[in-house]
Design a protein around this ligand. Structure first.
Ligand SMILES: C[S@@+](CC[C@H](N)C(=O)[O-])C[C@H]1O[C@@H](n2cnc3c(N)ncnc32)[C@H](O)[C@@H]1O
Length: 232
């Protein structure tokens, strides 16, 4: 995990009550620092227990601003602020059809499921089979059975259920994979960390009827995208 100092693994000591207080404090912190504005995203972040998506030996660090390692090749659960950072930029809302590239722990998919509600759809793709199994078990254990989970190269998207209103890429790519833009509806938005000369930019792409536009939201730091549209 380049650039991040990951705390050492240790047996978990914190109980549910303590973690709930930390979750509530984290949400207040995200609001205070301007990461979290929408009520639906706030409600989702209060409801979904991040600790349920973290390997046991890192569970006590669930609400620290640090990505934590997951089973699989260089997979991480991103730091807490990155979820509202992406979902606010995307304007993720009730009824949206969301495609996530990089399921990781399943936490982002669970939050998205709460945000889009019963009238929306969440499809999440994960390339690493070990990470995929970890997320699938996490989501099943906490009762999310209506997220479409696919163990595949997310750079290719998932045309079977396209088009999508929103696409969220959670691994850094040299360029936004063209199949993902193709699978967006006109008027749809895509957020992705894109590798630049200085590091990585969170890029927001808007697809219109005849053209697409993009703008940089801020600098970010993500693990690299693998597969066809990855670095090698
Ligand atoms: C920062 S983590 C994702 C965090 C995740 N959203 C969560 O809530 O835990 C990035 C993930 O993208 C996955 N990944 C990398 N390249 C991929 C690809 N081409 N297709 C699908 N997943 C990919 C990695 O294995 C890793 O699990």
């Amino acid at each position: 995990m380049p650039g991040w100092i990951v705390p050492p693994p240790r047996e978990p000591l914190k109980g549910r009550g303590e973690l709930q207080r930390e979750r509530e404090e984290k949400v207040r912190w995200l609001v205070r620092h301007g990461f979290l504005r929408s009520e639906r995203i706030k409600v989702a972040m209060l409801k979904v227990r991040r600790e349920d998506f973290i390997p046991l030996l890192y569970r006590d660090y669930a609400y620290q601003e640090v990505p934590l390692p997951l089973p699989g090749e260089s997979a991480t659960i991103s730091c807490p602020h990155s979820y509202p950072l992406f979902y606010e930029a995307l304007g993720l809302d009730e009824g949206h059809r969301l495609l996530e590239v990089g399921l990781g722990s399943g936490y982002g998919a669970a939050l998205a499921r709460e945000i889009v509600g019963d009238s929306g759809l969440v499809v999440s793709l994960e390339i690493d089979p070990l990470t995929f199994d970890f997320a699938r078990q996490n989501l099943a254990a906490v009762g999310y059975r209506d997220i479409v989970l696919v163990n595949a190269d997310g750079g290719l998207g998932w045309p079977e259920l396209a088009p999508y209103d929103r696409i969220c890429v959670t691994a850094a790519c040299p360029q936004v994979p063209p199949p993902l833009v193709e699978q967006l509806v006109p008027g749809g938005l895509l957020a992705a960390p894109v590798i630049s000369a200085e590091g990585q930019d969170l890029v927001l792409v808007e697809k219109r009827e005849t053209e697409t536009s993009s703008r940089v939201v801020c600098q970010v730091l993500y693990v690299s995208l693998r597969g066809k549209f990855g670095e090698e």
